[in-house]
Design a protein around this ligand. Sequence first.
Ligand SMILES: NC(=O)c1ccc[n+]([C@@H]2O[C@H](COP(=O)([O-])OP(=O)(O)OC[C@H]3O[C@@H](n4cnc5c(N)ncnc54)[C@H](OP(=O)(O)O)[C@@H]3O)[C@@H](O)[C@H]2O)c1
Length: 296
Amino acid sequence: MNQDMQGKVIVITGATSGIGQVAAESLAGTGARIIQVARDRQRGDVAIQRLHSCAPYARHTIYYADLSRLSEMKRVASEIAAAEPRIDVLINNAGALFGSRQVTEDGLERTFALNHLSYFVVTHGLLDRLKASAPSRVVNTASDAHESAKLDFDDLQSENAYRGGFGKSLRYGGPGFKVYGRSKLCNILFTRELARRVQGTGVTANCLHPGFVATRFGDRSGGFMSFGLAVGKRFALSPQKGAETLIYLASSPEVAGVSGEYFYKCRPITPSREAQDDAAAQRLWVESAKIAGIAS
Ligand SMILES: NC(=O)c1ccc[n+]([C@@H]2O[C@H](COP(=O)([O-])OP(=O)(O)OC[C@H]3O[C@@H](n4cnc5c(N)ncnc54)[C@H](OP(=O)(O)O)[C@@H]3O)[C@@H](O)[C@H]2O)c1
């Protein structure tokens, strides 16, 4: 599993915890230099110290940004692009599940902003660097939670999804889980469209389902949802096991030429029908660019 990543530069979001933390430390152990994006200084300090203890001679770096805020996504990407001439791998992994609808200062539903738009905006900001460093890779953490999801382009901010309480969506874990599933569908559609757009540049884009993993995921979602997840996590994978596909996609020579795929257990698998809709993938790209205020 562990490839030699000596000298490679990896940017990763959501590595202060869970599968991102395991992946960052494991990749640092194989010689990569890690550039983390974190939101919390205390947790970030601990994470960077752990990285230095895995690989004391690499210049691991940390940047701080709340990736649910548009201005922060843009700022951190442009700071990294300005400081780093070379980026071999970008791992978009930060994500969360929110039990009730929250709106960011940009007027965006928070799950959409953090789980999808941050992947889109950070990748956009680092794409020139990735192209200049080709062969290079983008790896997006998605989820099998996309399987029951449908995208509603008239309600990308999920105003209707939370209306009317739990209703039918209880079957899927409630409205928060439904909205989470949509954001993970967005991750797969974004990966497909990115792969199409970067074809021939030497940049690949793939995404993955890590499995159900016992991380901090869902701990702060609230109420019934956090309780249910806490119970389920007793039977979940360890973060070490859950990080395997992430590490594989970031480093294995076996997938050097593979792009646009969705992986589970280090193998490409077929996502839901909605997640294979290339017209929806293109439309999501255009809509996301409009929302983010960047050229599509
Ligand atoms: N656990 C599972 O069963 C499972 C299954 C399928 C997919 N996933 C996906 O796996 C990814 C990683 O999740 P995990 O399970 O490792 O959960 P986790 O332990 O909760 O880690 C989530 C990471 O995202 C960061 N993050 C959250 N909100 C952020 C924000 N506003 N700005 C910047 N960073 C933020 C967290 O930072 P803090 O340390 O500051 O909180 C943490 O580093 C997510 O995309 C999730 O959707 C997880």
